[in-house]
Design a binder for this molecule. Structure first.
Ligand code: UFG
Length: 344
């Protein structure tokens, strides 16, 4: 089967491409490379032995997207990752976020309707739950007002899917609500490639340990949690990628219970920032240089997933331990350092 993966050179996208290729799917990637690197294609090919198809353009461009669908036939399903994802940046550039994240989804849905493509998997986020009243958070938990324009794009995108599927009953969609994806492929050939200073915890930890950053700042130790630092549900990117393969197969094999389904993708375990640091120190054998500073504005205190619906319905479960996730992230950072050295 032929699958279009938008944002397929990005962090989660590239890992998903590899898993799709492993089950024999033909993959075509569309990415504008605004937050990724063309060299990812070489590394995907090194892992799988197959170079995915690739086109570089902006899916927020209606004419270019329509033209892509005119030229590419036989697509069985779409996995739509392409989006901006930096929470803080979205506060400063809201229109940038609304335009990119929502217009691209609408252009893709237009292409699906025009060309009879019925299946789309959408990258959503646990950010749609805000700070939940009850933990763990299940798919039935209320959607809270978004904390950021980025979070709002995920909420609105789910509404766009809901309304479009209502109007066009031939369409089906699965929204996967990711918790905190971390780690890298075991080959250390693909992983997270933050542009500039990382926003997220794990790349900041590994960059500090390798010497690219001086010190990690831990944002707040006065939360209502056992050690005072904020709690998240960290999931290995390879486990997450595998869930996309299950989701696309579920649609293509017509096993869905409703035209639009939502699933939480996490491990079900909450870890504090200090837990993550401890795991890193254990697997890397080094002490991390960190300091406790004030809370980061907009951060929720604690969130972790009730994964029972995803586990039971998809027959999928996140398998990796925290140490495995942190070791893979560290191996990836070290491999990047070796590459940078040999290129300099
Ligand atoms: N943290 C630090 N220091 C850092 C970076 C992060 O202490 O340098 C802390 C944060 O305060 C938070 C935890 O580490 O408590 C995780 O932070 P991340 O930035 O890695 O992840 P977030 O949970 O803030 O954000 C992630 C995704 C978003 C998504 C959000 C939903 O990056 O796309 O989860 O909760 F919207």
């Amino acid at each position: 089967m032929k699958i279009l993966v938008t944002g397929g050179t990005g962090f989660i996208g590239s890992h998903t491409v590899v898993e799709l290729q492993a089950i024999g799917s033909e993959v075509i990637i569309v990415d504008n490379l605004s937050n990724s690197n063309i060299a990812v294609l070489d590394n995907i090919e090194k892992i799988s032995g197959i170079r995915p198809g690739f086109e570089q353009f902006d899916l927020a461009d209606q004419a270019l997207t329509a033209n892509f669908f005119e030229r590419n036939h036989g697509i069985s399903g779409i996995i739509h990752f392409a989006a901006y994802k930096a929470v803080g940046e979205s506060v400063d550039k809201p229109l940038h976020y609304y335009r990119n994240n929502l217009v691209s989804l609408m252009n893709i849905l237009d292409g699906m309707l025009t060309h009879g493509i019925t299946n789309v998997v959408f990258s959503s986020s646990c950010t749609v739950y805000g700070q939940p009243d009850e933990l763990p958070v299940s798919e039935q938990s209320p959607i809270k007002p978004a904390f950021s324009p980025y979070g709002n794009t995920k909420q609105i995108a789910e509404e766009i899917l809901h309304d479009t599927l209502h109007a066009y009953p031939q369409l089906r969609a699965i929204a996967l609500r990711y918790f905190n994806p971390i780690g890298a492929h075991p080959s250390a050939l693909i992983g997270e490639l933050p542009l500039g200073i990382p926003n997220n915890l794990v790349p900041f930890i590994t960059q500090t340990a390798i010497g690219k950053r001086q010190q990690l700042r831990v944002f707040g130790n006065d939360y209502n949690t056992p050690d005072g630092t904020a709690i998240r549900d960290y999931i290995h990117v390879v486990d997450l990628a595998k869930a996309h393969v299950v989701a696309i197969n579920r649609m293509i094999n017509q096993n869905m219970k409703k035209p639009l389904e939502m699933f939480n993708l996490g491990t079900g375990t909450g870890l504090s920032v200090l837990d993550v640091i401890k795991s890193f120190e254990k697997v890397s054998g080094q002490k991390l240089n960190y300091v406790i500073v004030d809370r980061r504005p907009g951060d929720v205190e604690k969130v972790w997933a009730d994964t029972s619906f995803a586990n039971n319905e998809l027959g999928w479960k996140a398998k990796s331990t925290t140490d495995e996730m942190m070791l893979s992230a560290w191996n990836w950072e070290k491999a990047l350092a070796v590459n940078e050295k040999s290129n300099s």
